[in-house]
Design a protein around this ligand. Structure first.
Ligand code: OSB
Ligand code: MG
Length: 372
């Protein structure tokens, strides 16, 4: 596979509903879309960085800079026998996993399309449907939250996750248990607490949650070890798991019992597969996280979720919860049983509406190989 051309676009798409986490509220999605071309075929990768460095240190601007100045020169014009060679080819660049992942995932899509097979096959996945859960942002009131949960359960979703922060944690969980009984329920704190809150967080043990996601700081493992000793509820790490090496240390130390995999956070599909396999070897279940992706990134996430150790429902839900219209056709839909069909066409397997991509584009750059 030779990558002859790399195109970067910064897109802006309005969200159907605002999304609020412990670090703030978003109304519109701003993200980079990478396209790589080779042998007359195009592959796409959606970057999960945001405008602000709040979920991670990366932003759209840092990703643009790193891709343009450091990644493209190592990838454009280069020959790769397999897309798993892309991440190692970027080893000199420290960090910047979201920037690396956007290009690496585009290369996997290109490779799968060139082979004429769905991406899940190239990745080594086996499932034909994946289990879908929802992530519900912080709501203005408990009644608003109850109404949202009611609607998502009626739509068939297999697991409810709510965002929590100090002042919005035990009360919403108690309310949901009271109104909806033993539904599969979990919380995500996005690093909003410190170890000094351990006693407070232990109050959540009374509610039989599937897990508490990323309660403590984004780069902290040691305090999660101490907290997991104090809690009956399993800890799931998200932000903290930036590399496969950190995951190995976190698991060995007992910092978590579950891991959320987002390819953007670890540098792409090849690293996600390594992380998936590492977790399987330790008996740690994984699930696929979400970053409010458009249908392009969402389709890629569905394919990765077909690997065998993705045994818990992920944050990969229907397109219409996020964008209307989405950038793809048909939109990704959830069946009444809370599952999503894995697309079967080559690559990510969805049709990209280039007219909608064009009208959402705010900035564009093309990097081409020098002719021999
Ligand atoms: O922590 O999982 C997270 C969205 C943006 C940034 C971080 C997170 C999230 C979500 C939303 O929880 C998941 C989704 O529905 O895409
Ligand atoms: Mg999370």
């Amino acid at each position: 596979m030779r990558i002859e051309r790399l195109e970067l676009r910064l897109l802006e798409l309005p969200l159907v509903h605002f999304f609020e986490t412990s670090f703030g509220r978003v109304d519109d999605k701003h993200f980079i879309l990478v396209r790589v071309d080779g042998d007359g075929v195009s592959g796409y990768g959606e970057c999960v960085a945001d405008v602000d460095p709040y979920y991670s240190a990366e932003t759209n601007d840092t990703c643009w800079h790193i891709i343009e100045r450091f990644i493209a020169p190592r990838v454009v014009g280069a020959e790769f026998a397999h897309p798993r060679e892309v991440f190692p080819a970027l080893k000199a660049i420290r960090g910047h996993n979201m920037a690396k992942a956007a290009v690496e995932m585009a290369a996997w899509d290109l490779h799968a399309r060139q082979r004429g097979e769905p991406l899940c096959t190239t990745l080594g996945g086996t499932r034909t449907r994946i289990e879908s859960g929802v992530s519900i942002g912080i709501q203005p009131s408990l009644d608003d939250l109850a109404a949202k949960v009611d609607r998502e359960l009626a739509a068939g979703y297999r697991r409810i996750k709510i965002k929590v922060k100090p002042g919005w944690d035990v009360d919403p969980v108690r309310m949901l248990r009271g109104r909806f009984g033993g539904i599969p329920l979990m919380v995500d704190a996005n690093a909003a607490y410190s170890i000094a809150d351990a006693d407070h967080l232990a109050r959540l043990d009374a509610f039989d949650l599937m897990m508490i996601e990323q309660p403590l700081d984004y780069d902290d493992v040691a305090d999660h070890v101490a907290l997991q000793r104090r809690l009956r509820t399993p800890i799931c790490l998200d932000e903290s798991i930036k590399t496969v090496g950190i995951a190995r240390q976190a698991i060995a130390a007992g910092a978590c019992r579950i891991i959320n995999i987002k390819p953007g956070r670890v540098g792409g599909f090849a690293e996600s597969i390594r992380l998936h396999d590492l977790c399987a070897s330790y008996g740690i279940p994984v699930w696929h996280g979400g970053m409010l992706e458009s249908g392009i990134g969402r389709a890629a996430n569905i394919h990765l979720s077909t690997l065998p150790n993705f045994t818990l429902p992920g944050d990969v839900a229907a397109s219409k919860r996020y964008f209307d219209p989405d950038l793809i056709e048909p939109p990704i839909e959830v069946a009444a049983d809370g599952t999503i069909a894995v697309p079967t066409a080559p690559g990510i397997g969805v049709t990209i509406r280039l007219d909608r991509v064009e009208s959402a584009t705010r900035r564009q750059a093309v990097l081409e190989a020098a002719r021999a």
